[in-house]
Ligand binder design. Structure first.
Ligand SMILES: Nc1ncnc2c1ncn2[C@@H]1O[C@H](COP(=O)(O)OP(=O)(O)O)[C@@H](O)[C@H]1O
Ligand SMILES: [Mg+2]
Length: 291
C-alpha cells in the first residue's frame, strides 16, 4: 500500500517531517515512515513506493546491530502494542511504523565521514579541513580519510543544516555529552562499516541523531538508511571521481540535470527515475539484511 500522507484522527500530530509523520502518544511517539522523498530539503511531489517500509526495515536492523554500543528509542514495531483504537490502521502502519520513546532531541546532526564527498569534499578543497578537523593534503574526491571523522551540523528547523566545529557543539550541549556522542558515533560508524564492507559496499558517510530520555542517551530517528547515508558499491570504487550514486544521491543527480532552483515546489520525478530509485533502496536493504 502506497502511503504518502497520513491523517490519524485518534492521535495528536507531533510533527510532520519531510518523510515521516509523527504522532504524540504521551510518553511515546508513533513514527510513520511514508513513501515521500525529499531532496535539497524539499519534499518532491512524486512518492517512491515502499520507500518507507524499506527505510524502516533498515533502521530496525541497524538499531539492533549496534545495541551493544548504544541503546535506541524503539519500544515496539508490532501493531498489537499500539492502543486498541489504532489497530484498524494496521494496513497503513504495518512494516513502516515504530513506537518510540519520546526524547529530548540533541539539536545536532551527528555526521561521521569515512570518505570525502558532498559538503565535506567542498570544505576540504576550500580549507583543507572539515568542521575544523585538519586533514592531510593531497586527497581527492571520494578518497578514504586516514580515519573516520566526526563532523557535526546544526539541525535547522527551516533551511539547510550548517556544518559546525566540535568546539561549537561542546559549548552548546556541554563537553561531556558532546564527547560521549562523538565517541558513540564513531564506534557505530566503525562497526556498521565493517559489516557493510563484508557485504560489498562502503558507507562513505552517515548521519545520526541522539535524544535523551530519563537521563539516558539514546540513538533516535532513523539509522544508516539510504536517506541518512551515502552508500557506494565496493566493486568499482575509485578515488578521484565521484562514485555512482547508490542512495538518494541518485535522485539529487537527476535533479541537477533540471533547471530547478531547489526551492518549493519540487518537480515531479519521471516514472523511470522513481523505479530506479526504488530498486536502489531495495537492493541496499536486501544486501544489508542478506535477503
Ligand atoms: N525518539 C524521538 N524523540 C523525539 N523526536 C524524534 C525521535 N525520533 C525522531 N525524532 C524527530 O522526528 C523527526 C523525523 O522526521 P523526518 O521526516 O526525518 O523529519 P525532518 O524533516 O526533520 O528530517 C526529526 O525531526 C527527528 O529529530
Ligand atoms: Mg530526517
Amino acid at each position: 500500500m502506497l502511503v504518502v500522507d497520513t491523517n490519524i484522527q485518534e492521535c495528536n500530530l507531533f510533527k510532520k517531517g519531510k518523510v515521516r509523520d509523527i504522532y504524540d502518544l504521551g510518553n511515546s511517539l508513533l513514527i510513520i515512515a511514508t513513501d515521500r522523498i525529499s531532496a535539497f530539503d524539499v519534499v518532491l511531489p512524486t512518492p517512491v513506493p515502499d520507500k518507507g517500509k524499506i527505510l524502516t526495515r533498515l533502521s530496525r536492523f541497524w538499531f539492533e546491530y549496534v545495541r551493544d554500543i548504544i541503546s535506541n528509542h524503539i519500544i515496539s514495531c508490532k501493531v498489537e502494542s499500539l492502543p486498541q483504537a489504532l489497530h484498524k490502521y494496521k494496513e497503513i502502519f504495518e512494516d513502516r511504523f515504530m513506537l518510540v520513546k519520546k526524547t529530548e532531541v540533541v539539536p545536532f546532526e551527528c555526521v561521521v565521514r569515512g570518505y570525502l564527498a558532498g559538503s565535506g569534499w567542498k570544505e576540504y578543497q576550500e580549507r583543507q579541513s572539515i568542521c575544523g578537523v585538519k586533514i592531510m593534503p593531497g586527497l581527492k574526491v571520494s578518497s578514504k580519510l586516514p580515519e573516520p571523522i566526526f563532523t557535526p551540523a546544526t539541525k535547522a528547523e527551516q533551511g539547510h543544516d550548517e556544518n559546525v566545529t566540535f568546539e561549537y557543539m561542546q559549548n552548546k550541549i556541554g563537553k561531556e555529552l558532546a564527547e560521549r556522542i562523538k565517541r558513540v558515533s564513531l564506534s557505530v560508524y566503525t562497526k556498521a562499516s565493517r559489516y557493510a564492507e563484508k557485504k560489498g559496499f562502503i558507507i562513505a558517510d552517515t548521519k545520526f541523531e541522539f535524544g535523551i530520555s530519563n537521563g539516558s542517551l539514546l540513538l533516535i530517528d532513523e539509522l544508516l538508511t539510504s536517506d541518512s547515508s551515502r552508500f557506494w558499491l565496493k566493486a568499482g570504487y575509485q578515488e578521484g571521481v565521484p562514485q555512482p550514486a547508490f542512495d538518494k544521491q541518485f535522485v539529487r543527480d537527476y535533479l541537477e540535470t533540471l533547471d530547478w532552483d531547489k526551492t518549493y515546489p519540487g518537480p515531479e520525478l519521471p516514472e523511470e527515475i522513481v523505479e530506479r530509485t526504488r530498486e536502489k533502496y531495495l537492493k541496499i536493504s536486501e544486501i544489508i539484511l542478506g535477503e
